[in-house]
Structure formats: C-alpha cells, structure tokens
Design a protein around this ligand. Structure first.
Ligand SMILES: Nc1ncnc2c1ncn2[C@@H]1O[C@H](COP(=O)(O)OP(=O)(O)OP(=O)(O)O)[C@@H](O)[C@H]1O
Ligand SMILES: [Mg+2]
Length: 492
C-alpha cells in the first residue's frame, strides 16, 4: 500500500499561539510526483518536518516508508564530495551515486573536490543524486531551485521527471509544470489535492473561485430580497395591529376571525423568511474562503539628474588568484531594468555588492552617478534577527508603511510578534523586499528577489515593476518573471 495519510492533524510551534495546522486531513499516493504549493508561511516546510516524524503533534500521520529531507545538513563540508555523498546516501553503492550524478550532468571530477568548493548549484545536484540513490525512502524535497540557474532548473526538472514518488515544494511555475503529476495545495482555509501540473491546478482554482463569485452574487441578491420581504411583513403586521386598535375604539367591529387567521399566516411567513435568510447567509459564509488576497504594491522611485546611473567597462571579478569573470561591460540608464545572467558562481552577486559599495571584488572602470541613492536587497536572509520593531528602528523604516506592504503580501498580523529568525524562508525574503519597497531610491539593486517567494507575490512584484518602472539592476532566474519585466540582459 502506498498511501500517505494525514488525519485530523493539529500542530503549533512551542511558544506560538497560532496553529500552523488545525484539524487537517488528506490522503495522497506516495508513487505520485507530487508538488506541494501554498503561500509563504502556510506550513510547507513544517509539513515536511512532520512527515519525517520530527515533531510532536495531535492527530495521525501514516507513512508507508520513511521520509528523507532535502536539503541535507552536511556535517563536514570540507570532505571530498564522494565521502559527503556517502554520508547522505546511507549505504548506497558507489556505482549508483555515479549514475545519478551523471543523470544530473555533474562531471565525475566533482566527486574528488571538497564539497564546499562546489558551486551552490552543483551542491544541490549532488544532494539530489544522493537522495535518489537511497532505496526505500520517500524524498521530501524543499525548494531545490533557489540556487539553480536557468539551465540547472531544466536539468533538475528533467531528472525529477524520470523518478517515481516524491513530494516537491517549489514556487517556480515552469519548473513544477515540467515534472509533477499532482498538486497538494495548502489553501487559506483547507488543503486540496488536484491531478495535473501547476497550470492545471491554477485553472481549477480559478474556475472554483469564479463559480463561488457567481454563487456569492446570487446569494447576496437572495438575502437582499428576503430582507425586503421581512420588512414588508413587519409593516403589514403593524398595520393590522393598528386596525385592531382602531376598530375597538371606533365602534366598527372588525372581523376577528379573519384578522386572527391573517396574523397567524403572517407569523408563519415571517418565520419562513427568517429561516431562508439564515440558510442563505450560512451558504454564503462557506464561499470565497479560499480566495487569496492579492492587493497592489507601491513604490517611490526618485528621479536623478543624470541619464546614465551606472557604467562598468572591462570589469573583472577575482577572489585571490581565481578569476571569476572578466570583460564585464554595461551601462544602466535611468528607467532601465537590467538582469545580470550567468552560471552559478559567475560573480553576479559580487558585481551587485561592489556597485552598492559593500565589496571591492569588481575591479575596472566603474562610474556611478553622484549622490545616487540605492536600495539593496541581499541574496541571503541569514543576517535577519531580532524582533520586528528592532528591524524597523535599525533600518530607519516607516513602520506603518512596512506593515501595510507586508500585510499586502499575505503576512498575518500575528507574524509581527515573532522573532525574525522564526519566520519561514519566504517570509524572511519578503521582509527584505518590503524594506526595499519602503525606501525611496534612484536605483534598486535586487539579488535574487524572488527566491523562496510564493507565486502570487511574484506576480505582485511583476505588476509593481510594470506600473512604477523604477531603475533596477537584478539577478534572478525565474524565466517567466524576467521575460515580463526586464528591458535588457547582461551576460557574465
Ligand atoms: N522554529 C519556529 N518557531 C516558531 N514558528 C515557526 C518556526 N518555524 C516556522 N514557524 C512559523 O510556522 C509557520 C509555517 O512556517 P513554514 O516554514 O512551515 O512555512 P512554509 O510554507 O514552508 O513557507 P515558505 O514558503 O516561506 O518556505 C509560519 O507562520 C512561521 O512563521
Ligand atoms: Mg518553507
């Protein structure tokens, strides 16, 4: 039997008052290539931890085979890659490790270099190869694409397409479409399982939403009509009461039997209307629960008197005696949105950091417009710590504005009470991105702004950039995004 079933699961992190899961149940087949999607902080990583049996919880989790998590915690990353892989792969034979690496297009020579000298993209592939070399385990793969360039994403997508049975968390639309057969989605109010790839799931969700919007309109009209009719009944019965009283004093004798029957009928009608009102309201309250809120984002770009904000000629990036890239030449004019593109480890982040004055790795003829105000989003979120207030004060930000932006990106109110280190990966990156959106600047420099960010917020950022057209220099590997927002690409 290959069923993974979760029954009536409830879970909260210790010391936290919001439940990540609240009485949820679902069943999936462990032989599916299953994508796990949902907005940042919904509990995807938490679910993977629970499926590994790592944390106490209420309810039942039934796994046919043990779950193994990607990324691994590499104990000693200075070991030769082959040894590091053997630790991850349990006792899988070497020929299998080599076969899997080969499928992922990693050269044999990587096996003999220390693991920590491999590029991040190569490290990802090595870990996946080790994971799929193991027998009788269920792979739980958490966001493998973040360090992969475009070609790397395609290679890993094709690799996964050749496998049976795994659970894969990703926010990359093209990547998911390439390799999954089913979608498990953590929605606002429930969990759904859909057959098909990411696009099929999205269409299904849109169809469902549209149906519910229609139903919602119908019920709204019903309720309005019933209110109207309740008001008429009330008015009628008041008139009758009046005519009873008037009858007694005027000496006219009204037909008491007739009035009695009329008010009884009226009473019945009023009750009926009330019942139908309640039913309609209840039906209505069941609709639209899952509709995700996606508001518009705002930005305040500044105008600079110079046309060209940054120009680099014959740039080189070097670490020690290792040449990372050379012949870097580009000019960034106001209003342009340039993406630096290149393989993992080709020096993209170093170029960005040098322009922001945070590094000196890039050498050459570099000219930067005077008094240029830059807003920078770093690639890594590791430096985030302390509470929300400290983050606001430490960076001189407008708290109200920052909160409004984050709320707009689906942050729940309770998230602001947490220590930043307890946020999910995507929530951390959203914190850095929202900080940049708060900062008026001539130039926005964003290093992989979409890493870990959920699909709906990726779309929000696309809309924002097209609406405000800021000057932007960025590194990003999401193909759909680049095609939509960039005015040019610089190959390193
Ligand atoms: N160690 C922790 N302590 C307290 N709360 C935590 C901890 N880790 C995660 N959380 C909270 O639990 C919720 C779910 O987090 P989780 O990391 O599972 O989300 P996710 O769906 O994987 O998000 P992302 O797409 O950003 O990776 C979030 O609200 C997060 O703030
Ligand atoms: Mg996660």
């Amino acid at each position: 039997m290959a069923r993974i079933s979760v029954d009536d699961l409830t879970f909260a992190y210790e010391g936290s008052y919001d439940n990540v899961f609240d009485h949820v149940s679902f069943t999936v087949d462990s032989r599916w290539r299953l994508g796990l999607v949902g907005r940042n902080g919904r509990g995807k990583t938490t679910l993977l931890r629970l499926l590994q049996g790592l944390m106490p919880h209420q309810g039942f989790i039934d796994m046919p085979t043990a779950g193994v998590y990607f990324p691994f915690e590499v104990e000693d990353s200075s070991l030769p890659t082959l040894q590091a892989m053997e630790q991850m792969a349990g006792d899988a034979p070497q020929w299998i490790l080599r076969r899997e690496l080969n499928l992922l297009q990693v050269g044999e020579d990587a096996l003999y270099r220390p693991f920590d000298t491999l590029s991040k993209g190569e490290q990802t592939k090595v870990q996946l190869a080790a994971l799929f070399s193991r027998e009788d385990v269920y792979p739980l793969i958490d966001e493998p694409t973040n360090h992969l360039d475009l070609l790397g994403r395609e290679a890993v997508g094709d690799y996964l397409l050749g496998k049976d049975g795994f659970l894969l968390v990703s926010h990359d639309r093209a990547f998911l479409n390439r390799c999954i057969t089913h979608v498990l989605s953590l929605n606002r109010k429930d969990i759904t399982v859909t057959k098909g790839n990411y696009d099929t799931f999205r269409q299904e969700m849109d169809r469902q939403n549209q149906y519910e919007f229609g139903e919602n309109e119908r019920l709204k009209k019903d309720i309005q009509r019933l209110n109207e009719s309740a008001r008429r009944t009330a008015q009628w019965s008041r008139t009758i009461e009046k005519s009873k009283v008037a009858g007694e004093y005027s000496g006219n004798s009204p037909d008491r039997g007739y009035i009695g029957a009329r008010s009884a009928a009226m009473m019945k009608r009023a009750l009926n209307v009330q019942r139908r009102q309640e039913r309609a309201a209840e039906e209505k309250s069941k609709l639209l629960k899952n509709v995700e809120k996606v508001g518009d984002l705002k930005l305040s770009p500044l105008m600079h008197p110079k046309k060209v904000l940054v120009e680099v000629r014959n740039g080189t990036v070097r670490y020690g005696d290792r040449m990372v890239c050379q012949d870097v030449s580009f000019a960034l004019r106001q209003g342009e949105r340039l993406a630096l593109s290149g393989k993992n480890g080709s020096g993209k982040s170093s170029v960005l950091k040098t322009i922001c004055g945070l590094s000196e790795a890039l050498a050459g003829e570099i000219s930067i417009a005077g008094n240029l105000v830059i807003s920078y989003v770093p690639q890594s979120t590791e430096d985030l710590q302390g509470n929300f207030r400290e983050f606001v004060q430490g960076n001189g930000l407008n708290e109200t504005l920052l909160k409004a932006i984050l709320r707009n990106m689906d942050f729940g109110r309770e998230q602001f009470d947490k220590d930043l280190s307890e946020l999910s990966q995507g929530q951390k990156k959203k914190m850095l991105l929202a900080k940049s959106l708060c900062e008026p600047a001539h130039l926005y420099v964003w290093d992989e702004p979409l890493n870990f960010i959920d699909v709906l917020s990726r779309m929000q950022v696309e809309e924002l950039l097209l609406a405000y057209r800021p000057t932007l220099l960025l590194v990003e590997h999401d193909r759909a995004f680049l095609e939509k927002v960039c005015t040019g690409i610089v190959e390193l």
